[in-house]
Design a protein around this ligand. Structure first.
Ligand SMILES: C[S@@+](CC[C@H](N)C(=O)[O-])C[C@H]1O[C@@H](n2cnc3c(N)ncnc32)[C@H](O)[C@@H]1O
Length: 293
């Protein structure tokens, strides 16, 4: 690392080198090390990444903070956990160790639910396995007249969800600790317009193959439901959800592209009308099933 009072450009070059050598990081894109170094230096400086000026001198204490961030990141800690917040669908959400870090890809799931609910006079949505509540909060924010529920088996996730709803002044979002739908209020039976779920879909045996930045920083119950194909909770919800849906209501899952077909098959077997949504790259990420009218 460069001597005291180095320049931004030099720190970024050094940081990129440190991070690109880390085997704990999933280098799934060539630019990850550079982007993370920029994010961490901007965080240490307290500025936006596009305000980084390569020629600017960095005070020694800021450079030290950056160095500490780099070491944490090189050990696999996600940038989001170092920062303590993520931006999701225009909202700022707190993240914390022990609760799944929201991914930008889940915005598509929230959008699909919002589109399905928009046409309905009574809007009730339930996000199952809500984690830090990115999807529940995004739906509640986009549809202030909707009643939104977030459920998670992990009390730490529910505590964080409530804090995220409060932070974003979303009084229409409610949260409960719940194993799947066990704690959902009975009065909602037959009233729900959209269920969403981003399940822990990694097959039991695949968990050990995940990069350290995921395996070492996301709790196991947020990654896998312990089933051999990763679809244990999906199967349970496909069985339970139709009894809670209104006619024409939808059940939406965010899954990895390789699980799209098996999930579609489960929907068909439950006599649900299949819908799919692709991300901007054309890859199917959200598989839905609509209860026939
Ligand atoms: C992949 S994370 C998704 C979290 C959040 N929806 C998101 O997209 O950031 C899966 C979540 O499922 C929760 N979970 C696991 N088993 C569950 C169960 N039986 N009932 C409810 N939630 C469960 C975990 O606690 C974790 O928060």
């Amino acid at each position: 690392m460069s001597p005291a009072a180095p320049r931004v450009g030099q720190l970024l070059t050094d940081g990129r080198t440190v991070l690109s050598e880390s085997t704990a990081i999933d280098h799934w894109r060539a630019s990850i090390a550079r982007e993370d170094a920029e994010d961490l230096l901007a965080l240490a400086l307290g500025v936006a990444t596009d305000a980084l000026d390569p020629k600017a001198i960095v005070p020694a204490r800021v450079a030290l903070r950056y160095l500490e961030f780099l070491q944490r990141r090189a050990a696999g800690e996600p940038v989001a956990l170092i920062r303590g917040v993520v931006e999701f669908a225009g909202l700022t959400l707190a993240v914390r160790p022990g609760v799944f870090v929201p991914r930008g890809s889940s915005e598509l799931l929230a959008q699909a639910a919002v589109a399905a609910l928009r046409r309905r006079p009574v809007k009730v949505a339930v996000d199952v396995a809500c984690g830090a509540a990115p999807v529940a909060c995004a739906i509640a924010d986009a549809l202030p007249s909707a009643e939104v529920w977030g459920l998670d088996i992990d009390p730490a996730a529910v505590t964080l969800s409530r804090a995220n709803a409060r932070r974003n002044r979303l009084g229409n979002a409610h949260f409960r600790v719940s194993d799947l739908l066990t704690a959902l209020p009975g009065r909602l039976r037959g009233e729900i317009g959209a269920f969403t779920m981003h399940p822990p879909y990694v097959a039991r045996r695949e968990v050990r193959t995940l990069p350290r930045e995921i395996r070492g920083f996301e709790p196991r119950h947020t990654l896998t439901d312990g089933s051999s194909d990763g679809l244990g909770l999906v199967r349970d919800l496909v069985e339970e959800a139709p009894g809670w849906l209104r006619r024409g209501g939808v059940l939406l899952f965010e899954v990895a592209p390789y699980l799209s077909r098996p999930v579609q098959a489960l929907m068909r077997r439950a006599d649900l009308e299949v819908t799919v949504q692709a991300d901007p790259g054309g890859i199917t990420r959200v598989v839905g099933g609509r209860l026939r009218r």
